[in-house]
Design a protein around this ligand. Structure first.
Ligand SMILES: *[C@@H]1O[C@H](CO)[C@@H](O)[C@H](O)[C@H]1NC(C)=O
Ligand SMILES: *[C@@H]1O[C@H](CO)[C@@H](O)[C@H](O)[C@H]1NC(C)=O
Ligand SMILES: *[C@@H]1O[C@H](CO)[C@@H](O)[C@H](O)[C@H]1NC(C)=O
Ligand SMILES: *[C@@H]1O[C@H](CO)[C@@H](O)[C@H](O)[C@H]1NC(C)=O
Length: 343
C-alpha cells in the first residue's frame, strides 16, 4: 500500500471490515442463496457431522470446505466429502437434498464407512454430473439404472461399497464414460452383453472382487479399453475376445475366475501391454511365442491353470528372465526355464 492511493484503500478496507462486523453475512457473499439453503439442508440431513463444521450459515458458502463454486456463476459445482480419519462420525444415508444442487458436476463420497443406504434416487436430477464417486462406504442396494440418464458422466466410480444385484445393461448408453469402476462390491449376474456397445474405444472397465458369473460376452471384442480388470469373480468360458495384436490394452487382469480357453490361439498388443494376469483359471494350451515380443510387460502371471508345453524362450520380452517360477507354477505340464527342463 505504498501508492498514493494507499490511504484511500486503507479507509475502504476499514469500512468494509466494519460492514462485515455489522452484518452477519458479508454483503459480498458470492454463494447462490438457493444453493446455500440446500447445503444447509444437506448438513442437517447428515446430523451436523464434524466434517461439515465449516458450513456456518453466517459465512459465504463458496468458502466452505467440501464444496466448490463456479468462478463466474458462483453456483455449487462440486460436493466432495472425504474423511481422512476413517472413524469419522459422519453416518446415515446420502442426503436426498444433493439432488437439489442442479449445477453439480462432481459428487464424491470417499472413505465414509458409516455412510449407508441406497445410491440416493435424487441423484437422477443431476444432469450436469461428470464425476460420480462413491467409494469405501457402506452404501448398499442395487446400482440404479437411472445413472444411464446422466449423459455427461465421464467417471463412474462405485468401488468398495456394499452394492448388490446385477450391473444395469443401460450403463452402456453413457456416451462420455471414460471409466467405470464397480469393483469390490457384491454384484451378481453376468457382465451385460450391451457393454460391447459402449462408444468406442470404450471406458476402462474395472469389475473385480464381485460375484459376477456367466460367460464374458463376445460383444466385448468390439471395444478396446486400456484397462480391464475382471479378476476375482466367477466368470467362465472363453475370454479370447479380450486379446489381440491390434488392441491398445495396457492392463488385463482376469485372475481368479473359471475361464477356460485355448491360450495358444491368442495374440497380444506388443507395444501397450504392461500387465497380464490370468492366474487361477482353467486356461489350456501353450504359452504363445507372440508373448516374447511384448516389450513392456511388467506384471505377468499364468500360474494355477492347465497350460502345457515349453515356456517360449528369447525374444525382446525375455519371459524366462523377467518372471520367476511363481508366474508359471501349478499348470498341467509347463516346462522350460524358469521351470525345470522339458523332457
Ligand atoms: C461428531 O464429533 C464431533 C467432534 O468429535 C462432535 O462435536 C459432534 O457432536 C459429533 N457428532 C455426532 C452426530 O456424533
Ligand atoms: C462397512 O461396515 C462394516 C461394519 O459394519 C465395516 O467393517 C466395513 O469396513 C465397512 N466398509 C467400508 C468400505 O468402510
Ligand atoms: C450390506 O448389505 C446387506 C444387504 O445386501 C445388508 O444386509 C447389510 O446390512 C449391509 N451392511 C451394511 C454395513 O450396511
Ligand atoms: C502369481 O499368482 C500366484 C497366485 O496368486 C501367486 O502365488 C504368485 O506369487 C504370483 N506370481 C507373480 C510373479 O506375480
Amino acid at each position: 500500500m505504498r501508492t498514493k492511493f494507499g490511504g484511500t484503500a486503507m479507509v475502504l478496507v476499514l469500512c468494509f471490515l466494519s460492514l462485515l462486523l455489522l452484518s452477519p453475512v458479508a454483503l459480498s457473499e458470492k454463494c447462490n442463496p438457493q444453493d446455500k439453503k440446500v447445503l444447509l439442508r444437506i448438513k442437517k440431513e447428515l446430523n451436523n457431522p464434524y466434517l461439515l463444521a465449516s458450513w456456518d450459515p453466517h459465512t459465504d458458502c463458496c468458502d466452505w470446505y467440501c464444496v466448490e463454486c463456479d468462478i463466474k456463476s458462483h453456483r455449487i459445482t462440486a460436493l466432495i466429502m472425504q474423511s481422512s480419519v476413517p472413524d469419522t462420525n459422519l453416518s446415515g444415508s446420502i442426503p436426498p437434498s444433493v439432488g437439489d444442487l442442479p449445477y453439480l458436476e462432481n459428487l464424491e463420497f470417499h472413505k465414509l464407512p458409516r455412510l449407508t443406504g441406497p445410491i440416493q434416487p435424487t441423484i437422477a436430477k443431476l444432469t450436469k454430473l461428470k464425476y460420480l464417486f462413491i467409494e469405501y462406504t457402506n452404501v448398499s442396494g442395487p446400482i440404479p439404472p437411472f445413472l444411464a440418464q446422466l449423459k455427461n458422466l465421464q467417471l463412474l466410480h462405485l468401488s468398495t461399497n456394499n452394492l448388490s444385484g446385477p450391473i444395469p445393461s443401460s450403463l452402456s448408453q453413457l456416451p462420455n464414460l471414460e471409466s467405470i469402476h464397480l469393483d469390490r462390491n457384491k454384484l451378481t449376474g453376468p457382465i451385460p452383453e450391451s457393454f460391447g456397445s459402449f462408444k468406442k474405444p470404450g471406458p476402462d472397465i474395472i469389475l473385480s472382487h464381485n460375484q459376477l458369473s456367466g460367460p464374458i460376452p463376445a460383444s466385448l471384442g468390439q471395444i478396446d479399453p486400456e484397462r480391464i480388470d475382471l479378476s476375482r469373480n466367477k466368470l467362465e468360458g472363453d475370454a479370447s475376445v479380450l486379446f489381440g495384436s491390434k488392441k491398445r490394452t495396457q492392463i488385463l487382469d482376469l485372475s481368479r475366475n473359471l475361464l477356460s480357453f485355448d491360450f495358444s490361439k491368442v495374440d497380444f498388443p506388443k507395444q501397450s501391454l504392461i500387465w497380464l494376469d490370468v492366474n487361477h483359471n482353467k486356461i489350456y494350451g501353450k504359452i504363445p511365442a507372440a508373448l516374447t515380443k511384448v516389450e513392456n510387460l511388467q506384471q505377468f502371471n499364468v500360474s494355477y491353470n492347465r497350460l502345457c508345453g515349453e515356456i517360449p524362450q528369447g525374444g525382446t520380452g525375455r519371459l524366462q528372465d523377467r518372471f520367476d517360477e511363481y508366474a508359471y507354477l501349478h499348470n498341467k505340464c509347463l516346462c522350460g526355464s524358469p521351470l525345470s527342463k522339458c523332457k
